[in-house]
Design a protein around this ligand. Structure first.
Ligand SMILES: Nc1ncnc2c1ncn2[C@@H]1O[C@H](COP(=O)(O)OP(=O)(O)OP(=O)(O)O)[C@@H](O)[C@H]1O
Ligand SMILES: [Mg+2]
Length: 366
């Protein structure tokens, strides 16, 4: 049995091909979190990469609505929007299919562009990640948004970015990546540095499903407690855990001069344990698609990424579960920087792509 925190070796430093564009970006626009990485090539020297993570959320000042002229300046996005939750109307533009999804996504993209370009006069070229099984409508939407952000763009499927992963190259023959996102948990098999045919499984349960479980359990136990979606997500991120971790998770409620401590340990553990079941189900499904003599090798190189990989105890628990199932070679590890891993790989792709391979955005959202 091997227990590793870092299962990757970095064999080569970032290499950039000659390009007329000096500023390259890798972007992953998730339903919960937007991650981007940028690098600037100046006098044949690479500056960066620099990374940014922001919640995919947009805040509108009261009385303002998605799609209105001038929104790119008055709206707030990311943590800035969350910190103004009391006075701004918050919208999660990449979640759901509400009528205002389109204009809200456009406002988010325009504000992001405003933030990205604050200190620069030139325009970036960007590689944008998209998940496997992405609906064609969503892909069109992503391409239009990318057209607002970048002068040239390439859309690349997430497993290909993971496979390329030259930024942190795999040192093993087979690997199994588990991407624990907000809307889904995705499983990808690789042999050498290529995706494995048919080796993709998606279970439409992720961090949002855990949040829903926590909300339900809190309402059942403390019906008087009304919490916003982002507070519930924060409670999970700060206090959530699965066994073998055992901790006391208390929430302090202050109301005027009175203070109350609520012990949420059991409730949080119960809700978070569902993520373990989802991962085990996905591992079983995805390994049932590969030759039986390779199963041990895949399970010997399981890598967790995405925000859900940060759940306390998850790696240790999965390791134990696989051992109990008889996989003595099982090894579960985190990738470095689990939430920005895909954006980093996208930047790597951007830096390695020759100028004649980029798309010129032909249409946009407006
Ligand atoms: N410490 C933590 N413990 C548990 N969950 C966490 C932790 N930190 C972040 N998360 C969860 O990870 C999820 C966000 O992960 P990620 O950034 O990979 O999602 P995403 O890419 O936006 O989602 P998707 O891929 O489904 O579009 C959220 O549900 C968030 O609450
Ligand atoms: Mg994601």
């Amino acid at each position: 049995m091997r227990c590793t925190e870092e299962g990757f070796t970095c064999r080569s430093s970032v290499q950039a091909v000659a390009s007329e564009c000096r500023w390259k970006v890798g972007l992953s626009l998730g339903t919960a979190v937007t991650a981007y990485q940028e690098a600037v090539v100046r006098e044949q020297t690479l500056r960066g990469p620099r990374g940014f993570l922001l919640p995919t959320v947009i805040g509108y000042p009261k009385g303002r609505f998605p799609g209105e002229k001038g929104n790119e300046v008055v709206v707030a996005i990311g943590s800035d929007a969350l910190s103004r939750a009391e006075t701004f109307n918050l919208v999660h533009p990449a979640q759901g299919t509400r009528a205002n999804r389109r204009p809200a996504l456009l406002d988010f993209a325009l504000r992001l562009r405003h933030q990205m370009r604050k200190k620069r006069k030139d325009q970036p070229w960007g590689v944008v990640a998209y998940p496997t099984h992405c609906h064609p409508d969503r892909l069109r939407e992503l391409r239009s948004i990318a057209g607002e952000l970048f002068e040239r763009l390439i859309l690349v499927e997430e497993p290909l970015l993971l496979a390329m992963g030259k930024y942190h190259e795999l040192s093993t023959r087979c690997a199994l990546f588990v991407d624990l996102g907000a809307s889904a948990t995705r499983f990808h098999l690789f042999t050498a540095q290529a995706p494995f045919p048919e080796g993709e499984v998606m279970i439409p349960q992720g961090g949002n499903a855990i949040d829903a479980g926590i909300r339900e359990a809190i309402l059942r136990t403390y019906p008087e407690l009304l919490l916003t979606d982002s507070t519930i997500a924060q409670i999970k991120e700060k206090l959530g855990f699965v066994s073998p971790i055992n901790r006391r998770s208390t929430l302090q409620i202050t109301y005027g001069c009175s203070r109350r401590d609520l012990d949420l340990s059991d409730l949080l553990q119960e809700a978070c344990e569902k993520q373990v079941a989802v991962v085990l189900e996905g591992l079983q499904k995805v390994t049932s698609r590969c030759p039986s003599d390779l199963v041990e090798e895949f399970l010997g190189n399981v890598f967790l990424l995405g925000g859900g990989a940060r759940l306390r105890g998850l790696r240790e628990r999965l390791q134990l579960e696989l051992l109990q199932q008889g996989f003595s070679m099982a090894s579960v590890a985190y990738v470095p920087g689990p939430q920005s891993f895909i954006a980093k790989a996208a930047l790597r792709w951007a830096l390695a792509t020759a100028d004649d391979r980029w798309e010129v955005p032909l249409f946009n959202y407006r």
